[in-house]
Design a protein around this ligand. Structure first.
Ligand SMILES: CC(C)(COP(=O)(O)OP(=O)(O)OC[C@H]1O[C@@H](n2cnc3c(N)ncnc32)[C@H](O)[C@@H]1OP(=O)(O)O)[C@@H](O)C(=O)NCCC(=O)NCCS
Length: 182
């Protein structure tokens, strides 16, 4: 089991995988963190539940503060990349959703969630990770925009990827149907 304890700017948190008992608190967190996000359709709790139900939630880490409150969360799920080959690429993942309680943002919790999450997924042997989000944030973690890796409908500067091994993937990226409900 993955457990990390860290101290930064007076917020001491523990990271661990989500359990069933966390789901209500995760939903509350997502609703709070994305409430005023203009890029969000406020469907993050629905997506996560779809991923859980379909067994596609590869990893969901939660950050717990000293009082036992769930203050952050990050999720990873598989993506498929149509690179023109008969099989396509099936060993890449997508990061998201992720969020930190607005009360505790900019205090290093998001960084710890991403670093621990990526390390865990790397250790499982995945080839790379894609993310749709704020470049100013995700570039800090080695993500870069790639002209040859495309997510339909996403503005190119906001769709980024990081290869863990081998070359950067090329092709059309498909998130799991949990994201669209199709
Ligand atoms: C994005 C989010 C998860 C970041 O969490 P956080 O705990 O505030 O992030 P951290 O404090 O660990 O920040 C890590 C670094 O990124 C920077 N950073 C944080 N938010 C940033 C942003 N929106 N844009 C650019 N840089 C940002 C921090 O200043 C910090 O820099 P430093 O390491 O040089 O000091 C949080 O702001 C959030 O929940 N936002 C609402 C939901 C959302 O947008 N989720 C992501 C899309 S799925």
């Amino acid at each position: 089991m993955l457990v990390l304890i860290s101290h930064r700017e007076s917020v001491k948190i523990t990271l661990r995988p989500e359990t069933e008992n966390d789901i209500e608190a995760i939903d509350d967190l997502l609703n709070l963190a994305f409430a005023f996000d203009a890029h969000s359709k406020q469907d993050e709790t629905w997506i996560l539940q779809n991923l859980r139900t379909s067994g596609k939630l590869l990893l969901s880490l939660v950050a717990i503060d000293e009082a036992g409150e769930l203050v952050g969360q990050i999720a990873f799920s598989p993506v498929e990349i149509d690179d023109g080959s008969p099989e396509g690429l099936k060993d890449w993942i997508g990061l998201g959703p992720m969020s930190v309680n607005p009360r505790l943002q900019r205090m290093g919790i998001g960084r710890q969630l991403i670093e621990a999450g990526l390390n865990e997924m790397k250790s499982r042997g995945v080839s790379g990770c894609v993310v749709l989000g704020e470049p100013g944030f995700y570039e800090r973690f080695g993500f870069e925009t790639c002209g040859n890796l495309i997510l339909s409908g996403a503005p190119a500067p906001f769709f980024m990827a990081r290869a863990f091994k081998g070359e950067m993937a090329k092709g059309i990226v498909h998130y799991d149907k949990a994201f669209s409900g199709d």
